[in-house]
Write a protein that binds this ligand. Structure first.
Ligand code: SF4
Length: 441
C-alpha cells in the first residue's frame, strides 16, 4: 500500500516525456531522419487529436470536433507532414507497423481515412504482413467506416470500453451500452479486422469492485484477443476536464488496488495471460509469446522496429538517436508544415547512460526481470554499474516486491502492481526536474 500512493512514470519511454528539452532543433531531427537505415522496417504512428465528445476522465491531448472542417484541415497538414518526412528519409522506407491513435481516429470520414491510407502506401513500402491498427470509439464507428477498415487492410482494433455500468458511464460522460460494443466487435471481425483489443478501467467515479467484475465478465464474453486494464489517473491540475469528476466519488487507494487485483484474477480465470503491468492476452495472441514484448508510447507492443515515426500534432517519434515531439497546438502544427518545417518542439538526444537505463527499465516493465550485469556489458559499462541501485532496492526486497540475486532483479507477483516503483529506482531523472506523475496503482 505504501507504494500504491507513490507517484511514478508509466515508462512508455525513457527518459520520459516531461524530460524532453524544449526548443529541440528541427535540423537535428532532419539529420536523424536522413540517416535512417533504408533497409530496416520502421513503424508509423498517426495522431488524430479530435473527438466528438469529451470524456471527463480523458488525459489525452484532444480537441472537440463539432464540425468536420477543422478535421479536414488537419488532414491536409498531416499529408504535408508525411511529404516532409518521406522527403527527408532515404528511399521508400519499409513499414512493419501502422498505428492510428488519438483522440478518436474514428471521427474521420471513411473517404478521408481511405485517402490517407492510400497516401501511406504510396510514400512508404507498407509490408504485406504489417500490423495496421486503429483505436476505436464505438460511439463513432459507422458501418461505412468498418467496411473501409476491412478494405484498407486494418487487422487490429482497440476499442475504448472502460466500464459498462450506466452510473459510471454517466459520471465519466461516456455512454456506450454493451450492445453497441458487441455490435462494433462483431462488425469489425466480419470485415476482416480480426484482432480485437479492449481497454477497461478501474478507479473510476462510483465504480465498485462488483461493477468492474461484471464488466470484465461481459467483456470476456466477446473474447477480445487483448485486454488492457488501466487505472484512472486523476490529474486535474493537468487535465481540466477531470474537474467534472466528483473527487469524493473516486475509490480510495485500497479500493483501487482491490479493483485492479480482482479484475486481474478474473481475467486470468477466464484464460487470459497476464502481461506486464496492465495487459492480458489470450494464449494464442503474439503478446502472450513467443514475441518479445516492448514498450512504446501506446503501451505494450510486439513491434520490434527501432524507429517509430510519429505523425500529427503532439505525436512523439523514437529513433535510435533519441526522441522528438511535435507541437501540440493544431494551428502551430499546420503553420509549421505549411512552411516546410518539421513541426518538432521538444526532444531528447540519448546518451549511453540513457540507452542502458532505458533497456533495464523496459525489461523490468515487460519481463518483470532483468540481468543487470548482462545489460551493463551489452552497453559497454562495468558489471557493477548498478551497485547504487541494488542498494536502493533493499526496501522493496524487504517488502517482498523484488527478489535480488548477484546480478538479477526479479519482480514478484506481489510487486507486479507497483513495478513502476521498481523501475523508477533506475530512473536517473526522477525528481531531478520535479515532474509530477500519476499514482502507481
Ligand atoms: S474518446 Fe478517448 S481521447 Fe476522446 S475524449 Fe474520450 S478518452 Fe479522450
Amino acid at each position: 500500500m505504501k507504494y500504491a500512493t507513490a507517484r511514478a512514470p508509466r515508462y512508455t519511454s525513457y527518459p520520459t516525456a516531461p524530460h524532453f528539452q524544449k526548443g529541440f532543433p528541427e535540423a537535428t531531427y532532419r539529420t536523424w531522419l536522413a540517416r535512417q537505415d533504408a533497409a530496416a522496417p520502421i513503424s508509423l504512428y498517426l495522431h488524430v487529436p479530435f473527438c466528438r465528445r469529451m470524456c471527463w476522465y480523458c488525459g489525452c491531448s484532444m480537441k472537440l470536433a463539432r464540425r468536420y472542417g477543422p478535421v479536414s484541415d488537419y488532414l491536409d497538414s498531416l499529408l504535408a507532414e508525411i511529404d516532409l518526412v518521406t522527403g527527408t528519409m532515404p528511399g521508400r522506407q519499409r513499414v512493419a507497423h501502422v498505428h492510428w491513435g488519438g483522440g478518436s481516429p474514428t471521427v474521420l470520414s471513411s473517404g478521408d481515412l481511405s485517402m490517407v491510407m492510400k497516401t501511406l502506401h504510396r510514400r512508404f513500402a507498407v509490408l504485406s504482413d504489417a500490423e495496421i491498427a486503429i483505436e476505436i470509439d464505438p460511439r463513432t464507428l459507422s458501418d461505412e467506416l468498418i467496411a473501409v477498415l476491412g478494405g484498407e487492410g486494418f487487422n487490429r482494433a482497440s476499442l475504448g470500453v472502460q466500464e459498462f455500468d450506466p452510473k459510471v458511464q454517466t459520471a465519466i460522460n461516456r455512454e456506450q451500452p454493451f450492445p453497441m460494443v458487441a455490435q462494433a466487435t462483431s462488425g469489425l471481425r466480419d470485415a476482416g479486422v480480426s484482432a480485437i483489443n479492449f481497454d477497461l478501467m478501474y478507479g473510476l467515479p462510483f465504480q465498485t469492485t462488483a461493477m468492474l467484475s461484471r464488466t470484465v465478465d461481459m467483456a470476456v464474453g466477446l473474447r477480445p484477443d487483448r485486454i488492457a486494464l488501466f487505472g484512472y489517473a486523476h490529474v486535474p491540475w493537468m487535465a481540466k476536464n477531470q474537474r467534472m469528476i466528483p473527487e469524493d466519488a473516486l475509490p480510495n487507494a485500497a479500493e483501487r488496488l482491490e479493483q485492479s487485483e480482482v479484475a486481474a484474477e478474473r481475467l486470468v480465470s477466464h484464460g487470459y495471460r497476464r502481461i506486464g503491468l496492465d495487459h492480458f492476452a489470450l494464449p494464442d495472441d503474439p503478446m502472450a509469446g513467443p514475441a518479445r514484448l516492448r514498450r512504446n508510447f501506446q503501451g505494450y507492443t510486439t513491434d520490434t522496429a527501432d524507429t517509430l515515426i510519429g505523425l500529427g500534432a503532439s505525436s512523439i517519434s523514437a529513433l535510435p538517436q533519441g526522441y522528438v515531439q511535435n507541437v501540440t497546438e493544431t494551428g502551430a502544427y499546420a503553420r509549421a508544415v505549411r512552411d516546410g518545417v518539421l513541426p518538432v518542439v521538444k526532444g531528447r538526444v540519448l546518451d549511453d547512460d540513457d540507452r542502458l537505463r532505458r533497456s533495464v527499465i523496459e525489461r523490468l516493465m515487460c519481463d518483470l526481470e532483468v540481468d543487470l550485469v548482462e545489460e551493463a556489458q551489452r552497453f559497454g559499462a562495468q558489471p557493477d554499474y548498478f551497485e547504487p541501485e541494488m542498494a536502493r532496492l533493499s526496501d522493496l526486497q524487504d517488502d517482498g516486491l523484488v527478489v535480488i540475486s548477484d546480478r538479477c532483479v526479479v519482480i514478484t507477483e506481489a510487486g507486479r502492481p507497483v513495478m513502476r516503483a521498481v523501475a523508477s529506482v533506475f530512473d536517473a531523472y526522477l525528481n531531478v526536474e520535479g515532474a509530477r506523475h500519476s499514482k502507481i496503482a
